[in-house]
Design a protein around this ligand. Sequence first.
Ligand code: FE
Ligand code: FE
Ligand code: ZN
Length: 276
Amino acid sequence: MQYIGCHLTISKGFLALGKEALSLGGNTAQFFTRNPRGGKAKELDMADVEAYLRFAEEHEIGPLVAHAPYTINPCAANEKTLEFAYMAMEEDLQRLQYIPGTFYNFHPGSHVGQGVEAAVEKIADTLNSVMFPGMKTTVLLETMAGKGTEMGSRFEELRAIIDRVELSESIGVCLDTCHVSDGGYDIIGDLEGVLSEFDRIIGLHRLKALHLNDSMNPPGSHKDRHQKLGEGTLGLEVFRRIINHPLLKPLPKILETPNDNSGYAREIALLRSMGA
Ligand code: FE
Ligand code: FE
Ligand code: ZN
């Protein structure tokens, strides 16, 4: 069985997150490491973490995806904003040591006029200062839609960042289906072609997780508005192909579709019925 799950809130702790994921038919989940509006992350409750780890082993829950707040900008022009990204990411990675094997997904950020080159340097600098030898987490750059000056909508940009990361074995990519389509990659008509492009530019060994979202907008729109599976411009067939692609089968897949829990449960069941 593949690792399928959805984005959930972690307000009640890790054990509750694991139980909720399972109750929806999932066997992984994604959560925000902290409030996107900023502020301090809650203290880790070690009893809860240990209870979760036992529960996850017992129920074969796969690697979780921790999502950094999308408000951080690791390539900001402003020193204060950059400092906040650094602080949040460093603290998140330290805490994730207690949940080994978790993925830490983040948005590469927006270059806000500094240009792609400068942004690549800043993102890599931030990563090199928060990553550390012995880390039990793999950091994932998310593929983005390319809204405004958003970084990461081109595979080449992700590659350039990865090339500058010192702890190369701890960096990977999370592919968001809505974002890559909005970014101009034709996963609707040519999934195989997009994957070979990914392989040529970045290397498929770097692909560690997927976000499964349909899109409200046509390919190349650079908009980033998620839609329920099968109700957007991507259509169900794309997801059937992804689920059944031999190279993608082992990777955790997270839904970030506009759904409440019953909607998520339906989509997870749908993916399971298609072979996940
Ligand atoms: Fe994201
Ligand atoms: Fe995403
Ligand atoms: Zn998005």
